[in-house]
Design a protein around this ligand. Structure first.
Ligand SMILES: Nc1ncnc2c1ncn2[C@@H]1O[C@H](COP(=O)(O)OP(=O)(O)OP(=O)(O)O)[C@@H](O)[C@H]1O
Length: 808
């Protein structure tokens, strides 16, 4: 799309009324707003009347050109020469050559330079001719631009290759075809009112952007960059374009035009290209733009002084403008061609004529099918509805449906109430939220990460692993990442006996430091200020109480002889280790056996003591002793039945009792009983006092059922071990050393010549003996023969076990 000054008015054309004699100047805004680029320009003008001299020259020359140069008074305006070229060979083409004078005629003969009438800025539908498949029209376009003298062009046009004009226009006109052209209604009534009636105008993107792939002539750098040149308000060298814009935004009447001109600065909407030039300015305009002007319409008018300034800027900023054009060209080239630009262009003259004929029908701007319209423009329907809701007649601005959704939304938001504020952003990042621990866990986490110094060595306190009657046990990590157990004993509530007990425990642990079956003591520290005794020990995995709880309280618990035997032997090993040091633990219970890497170890020597020569030891017990389930009768009797005046009362009032190694054996027997039957021997007695009385009362018989947990048969050897350990007579109890001996049938059932026996096997043996006795031939067996029977039967049973794997 381009604008050229055309001094020629068709005879009889409504535009002919605008001549200087009638007060209309070529540069009058109204004139600039008139776009004669419509197809009406293509009408064949009436034949010209030539003088005699002219006709003589025409007769002489094979071809004649009449060039009308602008008059001096109009030369400063954008007045272009009018070149009339007459070609003899093809008279019919005069129609076109009259519109687009060509200097490339191969045989120019004569040229008449005639003063051009008052020029008017017109918007030439050069693209139409450029898009015309006719080669003649193509070169005519080019030549026409070449013939425009420098003085006749504004500054911007001067720097632009002539083809720019054609290129700019042809793509839009051809690709968008009917809806995009400027329409000047030539209704007689409208012209009588003094101005052509603008039926509608659509400025499309294709007017400014030329797709390099739309099949037209190759684009030069300038050709593809008319945008910055065309905007008078924001870039230099846009006079031509500004004229075009003025024409685009033609008002219906002079009154309308004047109004639009008065408010041109305020109400003019920048074209879409403006956003690429200065988004801020566009945004500011958008904010003040009336709803009807939300579309980037062309300026209704451009004041003359502004155009002059644009012209001067065009000259000085040509280099900059060129760079902008290049950048814009790259940008536009990278943009996908809109759908309408990909429309099939007519290639035949018939098609071209069909397009030309469309000017005679009402412009489709106001009667176009909505869906078709926006399919054609590639715009959302919502935007189209909004845009078209603005009646053209009520605004001096041209209303176009060509607007970006962004602009439409902006305008809508300006007219809508303030939207509710969005929800506040999250106060913390996703990572913070994911890693955050809230509430008590945070406190615990901080405590876990507490650093502790024990005799100058730094440890990191971690989780708590156990809790006793007077202490808490934590897992701590040394600087070498090894884990230890730290037992923290609160001494503030402890009396002297308790303090003595803790001191005795440390002494014993230091004494048993080399004993593998005793938890190892590494270090200890007494904090007198905080009254805390810290004991750093080897860390165990879990105590036997937890192991038994899991095994006995699980689903379908069953007595497991193998596992029981294993832990029984482990416990014996631990107790044997301390008994070897003549130390009585005196508080054996499952919780004091700790599993460390599969091996049980003893902990909690708080009331343990070295034994005296009499194999008894004075043990100080206070009230904090827990459940009596594992307490031996002698320890209970001594505790519960002190004899007045006896030595069983200590100086500080605590109970004093003499207990020895047999007491630990009783306690071991209680633990074994629990493993077989699921509970200690007297745990079924709910009342605590009754339970203690039952333990000490020799008349209360301890039951040893044949079936253990889950109905599993309890081996006789196991029951034998239980019966021996749980004797109230401490002297009758076996020692730990005996329980560990290879002769123990429970711990070592297959040791020696012993074989497993059951009732079936025994019945077979008895049947054999009876049969032998009933044999009349052999008679009653002799005494010597009877003496051989045991060895004979044992041999056969072993053979049977080895052969069949089972007895019987
Ligand atoms: N070295 C250790 N490694 C792992 N856990 C331990 C360790 N020492 C103790 N525990 C856990 O802590 C619990 C209490 O320990 P301990 O019996 O020594 O404390 P206590 O205050 O003496 O208890 P009690 O009231 O029986 O005298 C144990 O049952 C065990 O689960």
């Amino acid at each position: 799309m381009t604008t050229t000054s055309r001094p020629y008015y068709r005879h009889g054309s409504p535009l002919s009324v605008f001549n200087p004699a009638q007060g209309f100047a070529a540069n009058a805004p109204m004139m600039q707003r008139i776009d004669v680029g419509d197809s009406s320009d293509d009408e064949i003008p009436p034949p010209m009347k030539f003088s005699a001299l002219t006709r003589a020259l025409l007769d002489r020359a094979p071809q004649l050109k009449i060039v009308r140069k602008s008059s001096p008074t109009h030369s400063q305006t954008a007045t272009s020469p009018r070149i009339v070229s007459v070609t003899k060979r093809n008279p019919s083409s005069s129609r076109h050559t009259e519109r687009y004078a060509s200097s490339r005629e191969t045989t120019p003969a004569l040229e008449f330079v005639t003063p051009a009438p008052a020029s008017r800025s017109t918007r030439s539908s050069a693209s139409r001719s450029a898009s015309n498949p006719s080669p003649a029209l193509d070169h005519i376009d080019h030549d026409a631009s070449q013939n425009f003298g420098a003085s006749q062009y504004d500054a911007s046009t001067r720097h632009m290759p002539p083809s720019t004009i054609n290129k700019t226009r042809h793509a839009s006109a051809e690709s968008s075809a009917h809806p995009g052209s400027v329409r000047v209604k030539r209704a007689p009534g409208a012209f009588l009112r003094g101005a052509p009636v603008r039926r509608g105008f659509r400025r499309r993107e294709s007017d400014d952007n030329v797709s390099p792939h739309d099949g037209s002539a190759p684009l030069s750098e300038s050709q593809s960059q008319p945008d910055h040149e065309e905007e008078p308000a924001y870039s230099a060298g846009r006079t031509s374009r500004a004229d075009s814009a003025n024409a685009d935004s033609a008002a219906v009447s002079r009154h309308d035009f004047a109004r639009s001109r008065d408010h041109s600065r305020d109400v003019s909407a920048p074209s879409k290209r403006d956003t690429s030039i200065d988004p801020h300015r566009v945004a500011s305009r958008t904010s003040t733009r009336a709803p009807s002007m939300e579309r980037p319409a062309r300026r209704p008018s451009v004041e003359p002084h502004k155009r002059e300034r644009s012209d001067s800027r065009a000259a000085s900023n040509h280099g900059e403008g060129l760079a902008q054009r290049r950048a814009s060209n790259d940008h536009m080239a990278s943009r996908p061609a809109p759908e309408y630009q990909r429309q099939t262009r007519p290639t035949s003259s018939a098609q071209h004529d069909a397009i030309e004929d469309q000017e005679n029908i009402p412009p489709p701007t106001f009667k176009r099918d909505r869906h078709h319209d926006f399919k054609y423009l590639g715009k959302p329907e919502k935007i189209a509805l909004h845009s078209r809701s603005q009646p053209v007649e009520e605004t001096p601005m041209s209303v176009s449906t060509h607007q970006s959704p962004r602009r439409a939304l902006t305008a809508i938001s300006n007219n809508t109430p303030v939207r509710p504020a969005p929800p506040p952003p999250p106060k913390m990042s996703v990572l913070d939220a994911a890693t955050k621990t809230a509430g008590a866990s945070t406190t615990k986490s901080k405590k876990r990460r507490q650093h502790i110094l024990i005799n100058g060595k730094l440890f990191t306190q971690m989780n708590k692993v156990g809790k006793g009657g007077s202490s808490d046990v934590y897992c701590v990590m040394a600087e070498n990442y090894k884990l230890f157990a730290l037992k923290k004993v609160k001494l503030e509530d402890c009396d002297e006996s308790a303090m003595r007990g803790f001191k005795g425990e440390i002494d014993l642990l230091e004494k048993l430091a080399d004993v593998d079956r005793v938890i190892r003591l590494f270090d200890w520290e007494l904090d007198n200020e905080k009254q805390i005794l810290s004991v750093l020990m080897e860390k165990g995995d879990q105590d036997l109480n937890r192991i038994l709880t899991i095994a006995l309280n699980g689903t379908d618990p069953k007595f497991d002889p193998v596992l029981t035997r294993f832990y029984w032997k482990e416990m014996l090993e631990c107790v044997q280790a301390v008994h070897d040091y003549d130390i009585v633990h005196s508080d054996l219970k499952p919780a004091n056996f700790l599993s460390v890497q599969g091996k049980l170890k003893l902990i909690d020597f708080g009331i343990a003591n070295a034994i005296d020569i009499a194999h008894t030891v004075n043990v100080h017990r206070d009230s904090h002793i827990g459940t009596p389930n594992y307490m031996s009768p002698e320890s209970i009797l001594d505790t519960n039945a002190p004899t007045p005046g006896s030595e069983r009362t200590s100086n500080n009032g605590s109970r004093l009792m003499k207990i020895g190694k047999p007491s630990d054996v009783w306690s071991l027997g209680c633990i074994l009983y629990q493993m077989v039957y699921g509970r200690p021997p007297f745990a079924h007695i709910a009342n605590q006092i009754s339970r203690i009385m039952a333990i000490t009362n020799s008349k209360v018989v301890i039951e040893f059922p044949d079936r253990g947990v889950g109905g599993v048969t309890v081996p006789s050897a196991l029951k034998g071990t239980l019966r021996r350990c749980l004797q109230r007579d401490l002297h009758a109890r076996p020692t730990v050393k005996q329980l560990l001996s290879l002769s123990d049938p429970w711990l070592y059932p297959d040791v020696g010549n012993a074989v497993a026996m059951n009732e079936d096997l025994l019945a077979q043996i008895i049947d054999k003996v009876v049969e032998r006795c009933k044999d009349p031939k052999r008679g009653i067996p002799s005494p010597d023969e009877v003496k051989q029977y045991p060895a004979s039967f044992m041999s056969k049973i072993r053979e049977m076990v080895e052969r069949d794997g089972v007895v019987g």
